[in-house]
Write a protein that binds this ligand. Structure first.
Ligand SMILES: [Zn+2]
Length: 201
């Protein structure tokens, strides 16, 4: 609420050219040619809007600091650059933000990004993945931990089985996290069609 009011009272300047009134003007948006479709670990198709550098990186950093207008600009950019990948029969599943990062900011940015993207693209969102490492692993026996395999768990297997999933994340580096998430969703019975991310490092 307060953040929204703050954004309305102090609209950003374009991070690229300094123009007032928008955090990312049309002229400074990453070009469509910057978007890529690559093949990540496990054969997962990964679509990104651009490289994690320059203007795109600066807008992502503002978004990570909680600026809503940056989130709006990024989700609309991602929706445009992933047109043709997302379809109404898909379900968007956000990659969980690590515990430390989430508690520091008080919200999960990949959930927000997925919800905004879902609104733009007309695709439902299911927050089906959580991190299973750390606290959740403590107190378990070795065999229980081995059975849990991987760093993520699916919390809604009944809803997930039989769906066609597209994973959503902000920045992809090696793609290992996306591959882990894809594997977890597949074990829960989903078909993972692709991942869409804002930027590739
Ligand atoms: Zn600009």
């Amino acid at each position: 609420m307060f953040a929204r009011l703050f954004d309305a009272l102090f609209p950003g300047r374009c991070v690229g050219c300094g123009r007032a009134g928008t955090v990312l003007c049309d002229a400074c948006r990453p070009r469509p040619e910057a978007a890529r479709r690559t093949c990540g670990p496990g054969g997962l198709a990964i679509a990104s809007a651009g490289r994690y550098a320059g203007v795109l990186r600066r807008v992502i950093l503002l978004y990570k600091r909680g600026r809503r207008d940056a989130g709006d600009a990024l989700s609309s950019l991602l929706a445009e650059r992933t047109r043709g990948i997302l379809a109404p029969h898909h379900v968007l599943v956000p990659v969980p933000t690590t515990r430390g990062r989430r508690s520091a900011r008080g919200y999960d940015q990949s959930v927000r990004l997925a919800r905004a993207l879902g609104k733009h693209a007309g695709v439902p969102v299911l927050v089906a993945l959580v991190q299973s490492a750390g606290d959740a692993q403590r107190g378990r026996s070795r065999s229980e931990r081995l059975a849990a395999r991987g760093r993520f768990s699916c919390v809604a297997p009944a809803l997930v089985a039989g769906t066609r999933v597209v994973l959503v994340d902000d920045v992809v580096t090696t793609g290992a996290t996306l591959a882990d998430c894809a594997e977890t969703m597949r074990r829960a019975g989903a078909v993972v069609d692709a991942a869409v991310v804002l930027a590739r490092a």
